[in-house]
Design a protein around this ligand. Structure first.
Ligand SMILES: Cc1ncc(COP(=O)(O)O)c(C=O)c1O
Length: 376
């Protein structure tokens, strides 16, 4: 008899960990990662339409090392290289694919990867699937990083890596990048920065939280991963780094080599989106978002970024509150274990540039009433 998964699903249901995909485009968006509201921007839609009207292919029809490498991939990578002041850039079909491939490729036997305890599943899975040893550092705790580096120095026969996110996806706090870089220098490590929630939003020009660090220090011991499905409103990810690292990824990265290249229109839209980030429209959206973030910090707390966790604790209660908020017209979702640690279920309030002050105030009032009635 082939395995029946019903019992496992029943187990998830009993633990309150059952999930289902639901199509929802109703309610004010307090949940997507479309921080700059680019995902439905007419200028990007028109870019896709004119791409196809000019005879652009739908599929790339092969992997990048075969016939799948197209002008749009090359144009995007050249643009990204200049935009992020990186020696080299490589485009992947998704952020998960980029992080997983990066870590399974460059972290080899004899190496040690120190990773933040709250790092995204794509990096964690990459670390675990790699041949390197790994050490989990306490979240954003520099003394824990230093201790881990000391241990790593004793264990490593090869390279030490430190893997962090710039803006943490479920907590909205920022990594102390400058201090981590100093530690990386002191222990001869390479710092890998996942800019999934930083690119487009953080940094003086929206190039990510690492923007100033990279401008100052260059890419000698830094690798950045810029996903394109969040503030950029598209999909995919760009890994930026030294030429030898990108060249090695092309030659040894299994997730790169053995996978069909992205649809060329995906690369085309990402390039347009990067162009937009530095145009007036991008600058204005960033300013609007920053106003909303300031107000959200006053009303909801958090770290002043575009991701605000409203901690609830209990999974079932978090689900109940998020459902009640959705019923009131606010699309906010509950985040539960295993995405976040056990007992730290929360509403992940995600802000975007198109939210008005009125939207945010209405959201906070509705939430506060609900939380009071839950406590009663
Ligand atoms: C921090 C972080 N890294 C990587 C990813 C994966 O990116 P993508 O959605 O493009 O696969 C995500 C997305 O959820 C993320 O939050």
């Amino acid at each position: 008899m082939p395995r029946d998964f019903t019992a496992r699903i029943g187990h998830l249901k009993a633990q309150g960990r059952y999930r289902r995909c639901s199509i929802s485009d109703s309610g004010i968006d307090f949940t997507s990662n479309d921080y700059l509201a680019f995902a439905q921007l007419p200028i990007l839609q028109e870019a896709a339409i004119s791409f196809f009207q000019a005879g652009g292919a739908v599929g790339s029809a092969a992997s990048r090392l075969l016939r799948g490498y197209m002008d749009e991939h090359s144009a995007l990578e050249k643009f990204a290289q200049t935009y992020f002041s990186a020696p080299s850039a490589l485009f992947f079909i998704s952020g998960f694919q980029a992080n997983y491939t990066l870590l399974t490729t460059i972290a080899d036997r004899g190496d040690v990867v120190i990773f933040d305890s709250l790092i995204h599943a794509s990096s964690r899975d990459g670390v675990q699937a790699s041949l390197a040893k790994h050490i989990r550092a306490e979240h954003n705790d520099l003394s824990s990083y230093e201790l881990s580096l000391k241990k790593a120095k004793e264990m490593a026969r090869g390279q030490i890596y430190i893997a962090v996110e710039s803006v943490y996806s479920m907590d909205g706090d920022e990594a102390p990048l400058a201090a981590l870089y100093e530690l990386a220098c002191a222990y001869d490590a390479i710092l890998i920065i996942d800019e999934a929630h930083g690119v487009g939003v953080s940094g003086p020009n929206g190039k990510g939280l690492s923007e100033s660090l990279v401008e100052r220090e260059g890419y000698e011991r830094i690798i950045t991963v810029h996903t394109c499905g969040k503030a950029l409103g598209a999909a995919g990810a760009l890994i930026c780094g030294r030429e030898d690292i990108i060249d090695y990824m092309i030659n040894a990265g299994r997730g790169f080599i053995y996978s069909t290249a992205s649809m060329p229109v995906q690369a085309h839209i990402v390039r347009k989106s990067l162009e937009l980030l530095q145009a007036e429209q991008g600058i204005q959206q960033r300013q609007k978002l920053s106003v909303i973030c300031k107000l959200a910090k006053e009303l909801l707390g958090g770290h002043g970024t575009h991701i605000v966790p409203v901690m609830i604790g209990d999974d079932a209660q978090a689900l109940r509150v998020s459902q009640a908020m959705q019923d009131k017209g606010y699309d906010v979702r509950a985040i539960r274990y295993p995405t976040v640690p056990k007992g730290s279920a929360r509403l992940r309030v995600s802000l975007n540039a198109d939210l008005s002050e009125e939207d945010l105030r209405g959201f906070c009032e509705a939430l506060s009433l609900l939380l009071k009635s839950e406590a009663a």
